[in-house]
Ligand binder design. Sequence first.
Ligand code: SF4
Length: 394
Amino acid sequence: MSLGLYVSVPFCRTKCTYCNFASDVVPRAVFERYVDRLCLDIESANSTVEQMGGQIEPLVDSVYLGGGTPTVLDISQFERIFVTISQNFDLTAAAEITVECAPGTLTPAMLKQFQLLGVNRVSLGVQSFVDEEARAVGRLHDRRTVMNDVKRLREAGISNVNIDLIAGLPHQTVESWEDSLQQGIASGVPHISIYILEVDEDSRLGRELIAGGTRYHAHFAPEDELTADFYEMASERLQAAAVRQYEISNFAKAGCESRHNLKYWTRLPYLGFGVDAHSMIKANSSLDSADSIRFSTSDSLEKYIAGQGLERTAVSARAALEETFFLGLRLTRGIDLREIEAEFGKGLFAGVIAESIAIGLMEQIGDTVRLTPRGRLLSNEVFEKFIAPAENLT
Ligand code: SF4
């Protein structure tokens, strides 16, 4: 089974107020030490897999550079990561190679490098096409920059572009959200991700919203109900433009779904490198108590560079079953109960499924179960039922 590789580059030009990722603004001198550690980890991937008690195939059909803003690296550092990957894994000819990019960071030299290295997909962190909204959360680009980046990418032969948008940003209104959606559609990109603003203690804006304060324009954030309406608006507008929903947050034109991200939801193997990077691989067949192995690196930059050990979890067959449900249900196509039955046994979670259907959060068509549009809005509530006490199993 082909592998996906994720490489985290946790550096940014500024820290966006809503950001709850392990990314930061650091002196450029740190980049080199970080890339050194990344390359060492990529080179020792096979022995790490062995130590973790897992197994992998050498074939790689997706590479994803995320973060952070990978395009802040020097060209030579960027190239070194790719060369190290190609020296240590077998990339398939049609591998999907994605780089996340903050609009306005794509220099002509970096774009040229993309072409040389075979980058064939770019994900642009737009968040809003309304300049006031983007500025208010610390983004450094404007609408014109985004449209120009899309045009330059297309001219360079990279038309497989994703645009991220966030519903629930300060100053967002029905009209401004409509504007962002229409601009996203007009840009012609084949993939759009719609995220709902995460309100938690891990971002400055999140903390301010929880505290009910006014810093970071928090008091201009729309109410939760309005944000939920924005999500529904997005589904309708994108669907009408043939950019169809295939996952809770992801919409694509036919054939342009993200191969890399699909691995996460279908439990296909992947290795993650860099700060706060996660891996999931099949357990070594001699470990008959585990279905698969998950392991992750530290979310502290200094600890990561110092080579601090990995955190490992053996995923039991029961946990794998739960994951199959709550990850698979993220997909609009749903999950096939026959396949689950063949792998794990008959009638599992039948009560939870019946109850979710009865309250309109799930639906069943033949052997397939999936979330309803309302279920997608309340997805966390549904997923919790699949990580629950043993009595829910039947
Ligand atoms: S560019 Fe992305 S990773 Fe960096 S601070 Fe902003 S949201 Fe976070």
